[in-house]
Design a protein around this ligand. Structure first.
Ligand SMILES: [Zn+2]
Length: 98
């Protein structure tokens, strides 16, 4: 998923949909995020988390708004712990559970 571009020396990160991000974040939220609806604080777009744009690398992930590409959340983890920022999220709406 993570590749170094031999010409530029830059790291290409894999860009996936929200299903991949939901798997990484499942240990934090303890719910199935693919069923959640998220709203962007910047442009107001609402939609299923499964349809966001996710950039994953070995240190964590960045979730981007599908509409405006603004960062919705970032998650970084390492040996010293983890950090989650939800600055770009206007809301996370979860379905009712039984
Ligand atoms: Zn947006």
């Amino acid at each position: 998923m993570v590749r170094m571009n031999p010409r530029t020396g830059l790291v290409d990160v894999g860009r996936l949909d929200g299903n991949a991000a939901a798997g990484v974040l499942s240990g934090l939220f303890r719910v199935d995020l693919t069923a959640a609806v998220v709203a962007c604080r910047r442009c107001g777009e609402r939609g299923p988390f499964a349809e966001v744009v996710a950039e994953l690398d070995p240190d964590g992930l960045i979730v981007l708004c599908r509409g405006c590409r603004h960062t919705l959340l970032t998650y970084v983890h390492g040996p010293g712990g983890a950090s989650l920022s939800l600055d770009g999220l206007g809301a996370i709406e979860l379905p009712a559970t039984e």
